[in-house]
Design a protein around this ligand. Sequence first.
Ligand code: PPS
Ligand code: ADP
Length: 650
Amino acid sequence: MSLNIATASNVTPLPVAAADRPLVRIVIVGHVDHGKSTLIGRLLHETGGIPQQKLDQLKAISARRGMPFEWSFLLDSLQAERDQGITIDTSQIRFRTASRDIVLIDAPGHAEFLRNMITGAAQADAALLLIDAAEGVRDQTRRHGYLLHLLGVKQVAVVVNKMDRVDFAEPVFRAIEAEISAYLADLGVRASAVIPISAREGDGVSERGARTPWYAGPTVLEALDGFEPARAPGDLSLRLPVQAVYKFDDRRIVAGRIETGSLKVGEEIVFQPSGKTAVVKTIESWPVPPAGQERTALRAGAAAAITLDREIFVERGEIISTPASRPHAARRLRVRLFWLADEPLETGTPVIVRLATSEARAHVGTVYQVVDPGHLSTSQENRIGRNQVGEVELVLSRPVAVDPQGVNPRTGRLALEVGGRIAGGGLVISVLDQEAARPAPAARNITPVSSAMTSEERIGRFGHDGAVVWLTGLSGSGKSTLARALERRLFHRGGMATLLDGDTLRAGLNSDLGFSDADRAENNRRLAEVANLLKGLGHIVLVAAVSPSAQARARVRAIVGDRFFEVHVATPLDVCEARDPKGLYAKARAGEIRGFTGVDAPYEAPSAPELVIENDKLDPAAGVDRLEAMLAQAGVFHRPETAVADGAGL
Ligand SMILES: Nc1ncnc2c1ncn2[C@@H]1O[C@H](COP(=O)(O)OS(=O)(=O)O)[C@@H](OP(=O)(O)O)[C@H]1O
Ligand SMILES: Nc1ncnc2c1ncn2[C@@H]1O[C@H](COP(=O)(O)OP(=O)(O)O)[C@@H](O)[C@H]1O
């Protein structure tokens, strides 16, 4: 939306941002009754943003109705014109202070505002927090302060309005000043000023009021003038997300839009997450410029088409940067997001993440916090409902190039999709994995060797794709029994099935690990890495591991990526304990084993597994039928005979 009071009133609109006049976006948060519209009307008037003609017209209307003129009428009248289809947008009002162009972003309601801010539809550099002098700091004021904290708005001026209603009494003001300053400080927000005003009567807005001689701080306009604009995109480090790679003649042209920073011919660049490097050879333009007039540099906002000095394979989704300041190649992100879909977002929910030009499958590893934007209260629930805000760990199926939002707002923002529709938007608060610290293989002088066979050749022989079936459940639930039966059946059909049993790998590769949470997580990680390697070689890998932690399993899922099947072998504890084939439950009950899953260590059942097998109700052959049907349905089998369930060998 773009307010155009000027257009509607035939006055020349303000320039977007004159070179010497920084543009600052501010938001006014506060209850409507606290005088928000009045303050906005007053600010517009005192900065010359309202044509006299418009003012006279409104004053005449007020007089006709026998009402005193109210500044808030102005906004109502602008809104009414908008409703009639005239080009007015009350959500982006512009005016000028001594040295700044100000864009006022409206906050119609918490939910809309949070959504706009978090999804990037609106970005506030600073805020005015409005308090009614007669009411003082209320719950709602605190919620507004919290909202600013949530959005990371660091520059805040507090405006204590309606001072006329408290006879401009200094003690009233000082008490409010002390209370709100302390509250904001607790949230890590410092108020640059706390200003006593009467928006209706004009005190403290553009002129220091004669009725507040005890106040020596800035006026509202001076406070606005002191706000710093966000750093201009051109001043940030180079980020050029690759949109496409074209082949013309023998040349490869890498195309995209420079989001931030600038790019020069002859400069060394890095592609993330692949870590590949090259030097910019040319910047292409159409039509081809005469010799000697080729472009040699581009800045933020420009569409870029470049060629490189060497042949490297790069793809859409990678981000070009300089070697000194590259984005992270990350798989685990802490994200603050706004959720729009009907189905709540919770641990395990699969989503598609879109970040700049990249797209990756992901799921929620952990829900850290849920906030109801209506009350701005945090909830203990670990699911984020429609129109709620939350902080989650997103686990991606592969590394993507990303920056924390505080470092680069363009590459620190993402959209989430479910079922092909936008389901949420978020800000990247931090990068959780070590991908950033771990250089790409090339940088460590490691060149992974690929298999001599193609996946088509393997599918030709085995009749199926590679896949990982991860059986999780209590000790004695029947994981190994099921895995072995499926292994035999697939083998019998000519498939390539490989069993990785937790117990077995603990005898060798994982013999250094015990049963602490950290050791189990590491055990599961190694199993996942091995399973993933074998999957890449076309095997159907059957992993049988207790794997009791949802977070560790989320990591496993991220390591394996596609064709991963989490299967919960859900046998009740009492049944497992009655079976107790290894006598371990008896030992655990006798205190001879500490931290035994189900006895004195937790088992977190999967919230969204691909399959649940109630293994106290089915015989193993029936369980194997269901596993096979799951793989068949997912399209893992390519030859009909590999998919036919005949129970052979069981
Ligand atoms: N404290 C404790 N808790 C759970 N299980 C224990 C423990 N100590 C030994 N065992 C035996 O080890 C097997 C579990 O190993 P895993 O590698 O599958 O476990 S984990 O995924 O790392 O949690 C498990 O095997 P299964 O019975 O086949 O599940 C047990 O036999
Ligand atoms: N579907 C089933 N019905 C009855 N008993 C079963 C079934 N599956 C496994 N069992 C028995 O349960 C016990 C534990 O099975 P096992 O596969 O070793 O479990 P886990 O690998 O999960 O520890 C074994 O004695 C096994 O024979």
